[in-house]
Design a protein around this ligand. Structure first.
Ligand SMILES: *Cc1c(COP(=O)(O)O)cnc(C)c1O
Length: 358
């Protein structure tokens, strides 16, 4: 177990806790944590050693900058265990690129590619025996970075902590589809803001609407553009697609939409499977009337955690309901199956998305 990595030091204690760890039977999503983590500190303009150590709680000064000014970014990617083929990472370089784009926007330092990627590989390699093999389950890997200066001055931090933790996880949603509230009041992101960065504040901004949506019987919120409250953007942590016959539509990327790797993969894969893909401006009122008329027969949400989750219903605060013809549409489910086949190591990998980990 475990491959040695040139840039990451692996503590003896980390090996020991791994030996003594046993995986519980019941894995939810992101609840059970692997007993190891990777940690590195940035100070004086450079990164210190990247260390694999036992999973442990952090000690932070109460003025730690992230706690007050939210200078924080994260990523989410998965390692899968394919039958006898050893674990794979899925498109990890894409997560690396996005991590550093988020870092730039949030005034944080770059993490060198080899350290980010080797960190994800080392976690995968050392946890390979903890990766559940059931379809839909995986090792969910969470790299993140936050500001650690300990003073209340409002200026960019000069010290940071980078970490990677991982969670052997079952599928994200237990039910087969979600109900979605179209949010016409609050907004998630605005032009010039940080909507395209994977930063915690975007999630914090979405939670209040989420609570209201839950109360009204919905599972998720669909965000519209902040200026016109008219054009579809995305969900709080997932991108959005609508199916029109042989055509699949998704909103064009803007600075207020997170550039999802699952979204990008679906665009490529759907074209490969013979669908017409349109990245376009999507007017919410048009979509709702197209659902009513049957022109749009399926909608789905996508992201690393959820993979592809069909949407059964869109609704508004005024109490209107727009039920999709299919609760689990054939196009959504076909793309889901084909994507999972690639991610979980069944069949070909036509786009070289799988990255085998020793
Ligand atoms: C992470 C995230 C997504 C999905 O991105 P993937 O790379 O597919 O996991 C979509 N929207 C938001 C706001 C996100 O934070």
């Amino acid at each position: 177990m475990g491959h040695s990595y040139k840039s990451i030091s692996i503590s003896e204690e980390a090996i020991k806790v791994l030996e003594n760890f046993s995986l519980p039977e019941d894995l939810a999503f992101g609840k059970v944590m692997a007993p190891i983590m990777i940690e590195a500190d940035y100070a004086n303009g450079k990164w210190g050693e990247f260390k694999m150590v036992p999973y442990h709680k952090l000690t932070l000064d109460p003025t730690c900058k992230v706690l007050h000014y939210a200078q924080e970014i994260f990523e989410g990617l998965k390692a899968y265990n394919a039958d006898g083929l050893g674990p794979f990472l899925f498109r990890a370089e894409e997560n690396y690129k996005r991590f550093n784009l988020s870092a730039q926007r949030m005034a944080m330092p770059d993490v060198p590619a080899e350290l980010f990627l080797e960190g994800c590989e080392a976690m995968t390699s050392h946890c390979s025996h903890l990766i559940p093999t059931e379809s839909g389950s995986s090792l969910y890997i969470r790299p993140f970075m936050f500001a650690t200066d300990d003073n209340l001055g409002i200026k960019p931090s000069e010290t940071f902590k980078f970490m990677i933790v991982a969670s052997p996880s079952a599928a994200y949603f237990s039910s087969g589809s979600v109900k979605v509230l179209v949010e016409k009041g609050a907004v998630r992101a605005c032009p010039g803001g940080v909507g395209h960065a994977k930063t915690g504040g975007n999630y914090a901004a979405s939670l209040y609407s989420m609570i209201e949506a839950k109360k009204a019987g919905y599972d998720q919120v669909l965000w519209l553009d902040a200026v016109n409250k008219k054009y579809i953007e995305e969900m709080s942590g997932m991108n959005f697609f609508a199916v029109y016959g042989n055509t699949i539509k998704t909103p064009t990327l803007t600075e207020t939409i997170l550039n999802g790797i699952t979204r990008k993969s679906i665009v490529t894969l759907a074209q490969h499977l013979g669908y017409q893909v349109e990245e376009t401006t999507m007017d919410i009122d048009e979509l709702l009337s197209d659902i009513k008329s049957g022109a749009c027969s399926e909608c789905f949400a996508c992201g690393t955690a959820v993979i592809i989750t069909p949407i059964s219903l869109l609704g508004t605060r005024e109490g209107e309901h727009f039920k999709l013809e299919h609760e689990q549409g054939p196009v959504s489910m076909r793309i889901r199956t084909e994507l999972l086949n690639i991610q979980e190591g069944r069949g070909d990998d036509p786009f070289q998305w799988r990255q085998s980990v020793k």
